[in-house]
Design a protein around this ligand. Structure first.
Ligand code: OGA
Ligand code: NI
Length: 372
């Protein structure tokens, strides 16, 4: 019989026990990674050391670059729209990642959103602590590493999280330092989300409203990440390799760089381009598109300069896992005798989401367990 304690002993016994108490002490500080940096540490605590990271730092092939798609006139000119749809299809099949420019969200809104997240993380520690929690059923949270107690190494970042849709928070539920810009950004990102789901539907050969009608654009979870400068960046990661648990992600990154996508077994830098947004396919879209569109692994390197700030919006309807409201399968119109379903659909996405949250960002895909 394998009991919890024999399992622990097999996995490294005492050191895994130590790790737990170090994680708990870090968590109990309620001040995240920024708290460590503010306290003046010069060596990173061992909970952050990522063995895997050492092996594959040989990153970035400079000859490869993520597609940049210009959305100018996508809704005004049919010829331009058809060309944009082709580019999106190509990017989603080959990369699962692309940048968009001329997406109609003013650059001033993007930079104010980044600044709002900076203000949240850089406010007085006592005020910020009030938001610290691991109760992710709350609409607004601040914590460090949602998978702190599951992951084999801790990431060098703190995160503000807010469920913006389908039921937007009341302004007074939001921290005053970023309240206005959150409500403003929500309007813009929602509109862009709708447009992208139309283009993605068409790129799959479906009616423009198909993905919207599946409620892919209904839910938005915003994560405002803060990656402090790291004294030993080669020993850890800002965000370890993962795929996203959503249909698509719309991401603003600041000018620091560090985001990479795994493409044909090589890590490729996603360049910070001011005014551009990063769009990526998540596991739910890979699933419903029956593997047509790819949810690629990506990660963020830690750096000795910082902070780096990013704001990710995850499009997925938040399904109360214990209370099934909507199940998904590969889209019927995409299946044929030559294209049989590659995933089983029982209990998707509930079982998928539970698995994703329980294992944390460990570089393995939660979709694998659904593969037929
Ligand atoms: C994420 C993510 C990248 C970044 O939140 O899932 O991949 O640049 N973020 O912070
Ligand atoms: Ni991600």
């Amino acid at each position: 019989m394998v009991t919890a304690s024999t399992k622990e002993a097999q996995e490294g016994g005492e050191s895994s026990y130590d790790r737990k108490s170090e994680l708990k002490a870090f968590d109990d500080s309620n001040l995240g990674v920024k708290g460590l940096v503010d306290a003046g540490i010069t060596k990173i605590p061992r909970i952050f050391i990522n063995e895997q990271n050492k092996l594959d730092m040989s990153s970035n092939n400079p000859h490869l670059s993520v597609p940049i798609i210009d959305l100018e006139s996508f809704d005004k000119d049919a010829v331009v729209r058809a060309e944009i749809i082709n580019q999106i299809r190509d990017a989603c099949k080959k990369w699962g990642f692309f940048l968009v420019i001329n997406h109609e969200i003013p650059e001033s809104v993007l930079s104010e959103m980044i600044d709002g997240i900076r203000r949240f993380h850089e406010q007085d520690g006592e005020a910020k602590k009030e938001w610290y929690t691991r109760d992710y059923s709350r609409k607004v949270t601040y914590s460090s590493n949602f998978d702190l107690y599951q992951a084999s190494s801790t990431n060098w970042r703190d995160t503000f999280a807010c469920t913006l849709a389908p039921d937007p928070p009341q302004p007074e539920q939001l921290p005053a330092v970023c309240r206005d810009i959150l409500m403003e950004y929500l309007k813009h990102v929602r509109r862009l989300g709708f447009s992208l789901f139309e283009l993605l539907s068409e790129a799959l050969g479906l009616h423009p409203n198909h993905l919207k009608n599946m409620e892919c654009a209904e839910g938005i979870l915003l994560l405002g990440h803060y990656y402090p400068a790291c004294p030993e960046p080669e020993l850890t990661l800002g965000t370890s390799s993962h795929t996203d648990a959503d249909f698509i992600t719309i991401l603003i990154q600041d000018q620091m760089g560090g985001l990479q996508v795994l493409h044909e077994d090589q890590w490729v830098n996603i360049p910070p381009i001011s005014g551009a947004l990063v769009i990526n396919v998540g596991d739910l879209l890979q699933f419903v598109s029956n593997g047509n569109f790819k949810s690629s692994e990506h990660r963020v390197l830690a750096k000795n300069v910082g902070p780096r700030i990013s704001v990710a919006c995850f499009f997925r309807k938040i399904i109360p896992v214990e209370n099934t409201t909507r199940l998904y399968g590969p889209i019927k119109e995409l299946l044929s005798e030559d294209n049989p379903p590659i995933y089983r659909q029982e209990n998707f996405p509930n079982e998928y989401l539970m698995h994703y949250d329980s294992k944390g960002l460990d570089g393995t895909s939660s979709l694998l367990r659904f593969k037929l």
